[in-house]
Ligand binder design. Structure first.
Ligand code: HEM
Length: 460
């Protein structure tokens, strides 16, 4: 019970008490749950999608229900169906498609930062949730029809929230579950019919030049034909759900860590002004911006854990696993192993100049054949937007703010948001006037933050 109330604390505790692999027994369900913390165990499980299947964390709903169809996306598939769908969904996330999204991302980032008010405190996490709603809707459903895309995006975001409110993660469901279940099934009917309407428009009036994700999926064919309607609906909804909040939280954690490390922020700001910040692969290793994003995803990974289930009896280290055992892997703990990362609680972007950990030791986007298909897109959104946000605005954390990370559903979420102040830069070049602030909350236990460089003050 204590574990389900505080998943993050529970995972850290299990690792402290038991080391690289631990088993929990759920007394009520009589089931064992296994937690992996070590890169070698991660590799044994994540590299073998044929033996360890994904376990979808959302609510599937009854067979033949709308809820079942809107969840019929990659995350919920296994075996041959997963392999084929993964091939069919690949194109919108390839380098060519991603390059084409860039002007839209730039435009939306400029629109977002134009909404900020000089000197006002605001919840940066809420701002990023709003921003990612717009970005995800546009890229997924309509580079050409923004209003329609936003309406659909809002509906999917609400559906995702309903799923989360029912308390569903891969491991924990709350007693309130049944109360909201019928409402969710009803909501899914409306959602399915709206997504289907947009799919029909793309099918009946195809625009060969349209390159939003949905248009690419509708055009996608292999020897067996195209994706079935049910697969198209499910892919759209699940892609949206997988992209929206994970990227919003990644923005929030990255910006929080940057704001609390003024020297890193200053160097990045200098590069932004010199126009050299967003080249991902300059000579001499990853750019500072790339290193910052990677390091933020190491220290505070937006995806806190995922689950696999073994099809047959398996031996994992000392444990004999009956078929169907839930197996948890978690970057939250694995990213903090001293065997892989020196001084793991410190935010040190420059470590990425000299380290190259295995994909099973550093896995913010998962690893193996089910690695996040949208990872390169998420990186592009972060890498394109951050310089636009930071060029004109000095972002600092509100002094005295409580910043608390909690695992909600499967994500690492800032429970009370990330209170920040945006101030317009009035200086050109030279000193950006950055300072870190005194913060409270459990984030101070998760990261060794440098001492504040500004005395507490109230927002203007
Ligand atoms: C910073 C943002 C993101 C993070 C941290 C993230 C994290 C992850 C992780 C950890 C997995 C693996 C889950 C597992 O193995 O069980 C995953 C899978 C997936 N992600 Fe992401 N993701 C992000 C953004 C996106 C975006 C932008 C999209 C699409 C637009 C996306 C779509 C998917 C899909 C479809 C899968 C399932 C892949 C499969 O099962 O084959 N994600 N993501």
């Amino acid at each position: 019970m204590a574990f389900s109330r505080d998943l993050m604390g529970g995972l850290f505790q299990l690792h402290r008490d038991h080391g690289p692999i631990a088993a929990l027994r759920d007394q009520e369900a009589g089931q064992m749950v296994v937690c992996l913390f070590d890169p070698e165990y991660n590799k044994q499980v994540l590299s073998r999608a044929d033996r360890f299947q994904a376990r979808f964390f959302g609510i599937r709903g009854p067979k033949r229900s709308s809820q079942r169809r809107v969840t019929c996306g990659l995350l919920a598939m296994n075996g041959e169906q997963h392999k084929r769908n993964r091939r069919m969904v690949k194109e919108p996330f390839g380098p060519k498609a991603i390059a084409a999204y860039r002007p839209t991302i730039e435009q939306l980032a400029r629109e977002e930062s134009a909404q900020w008010r000089d000197g006002e405190a605001f919840d940066f996490n809420q701002a990023m949730i709003r921003y990612m709603l717009r970005v995800t809707s546009r890229l997924l459903f309509g580079l050409d029809e923004p209003t329609l895309a936003y309406e659909l995006g809002e509906q999917i975001a609400e559906w995702v929230t309903l799923n989360h409110e029912l308390g569903i993660g891969a491991l924990v469901s709350t007693p309130e579950f049944h109360a909201g279940y019928e409402g969710l099934l009803e909501f899914a009917k409306g959602l399915e019919s709206n997504v289907m309407r947009l799919i029909r428009r793309r099918q009946n009036d195809p625009d060969p030049n349209a390159h939003d994700v949905l248009s690419l999926l509708v055009r996608s064919h292999d020897a067996e034909g195209g994706l079935a309607d049910e697969e198209l609906v499910g892919q759209c909804c699940v892609l949206f759900a997988a992209a929206h909040m994970t990227t919003a939280h990644s923005f929030s954690w990255t910006t929080f860590l940057l704001a609390q490390h003024p020297e890193v922020m200053q160097t990045l700001w200098d590069q932004i002004h010199a126009g050299t910040a967003d080249d991902p692969h300059p000579a001499g290793g990853p750019s500072l911006l790339e290193r910052i994003i990677k390091e933020a995803m190491r220290v505070l990974p937006a995806s806190a854990y995922s689950v696999r289930m073994n099809i047959e009896r398996e031996q994992l280290g000392p444990l004999d696993l009956p078929p169907g055992t839930p197996i948890v892997f978690t970057p939250l703990v694995t990213h903090r192993l001293e065997s892989s990362f020196d001084d793991p609680q410190r935010f040190t972007p420059d470590r990425w100049l000299t380290i190259n950990p295995s994909p099973y030791a550093y896995h913010p986007f998962g690893a193996g054949p089910r690695r996040c298909i949208g990872g390169p897109l998420a990186m592009e959104v972060l890498r394109t937007s951050l310089p636009i946000f930071l060029r004109d605005w000095r972002l600092s954390v509100v002094a005295g703010a409580e910043v608390t990370a909690e695992v909600k559903s499967t994500m690492l979420n800032p429970r009370n948001g990330v209170p920040m102040i945006a101030e317009r830069h009035t200086t050109t070049g030279g000193c950006g006037g950055f300072h870190s602030s005194l913060v409270t909350g459990n984030v101070t236990e998760l990261v060794d933050l440098p001492a504040p460089t500004a005395s507490p003050r109230n927002p203007r």
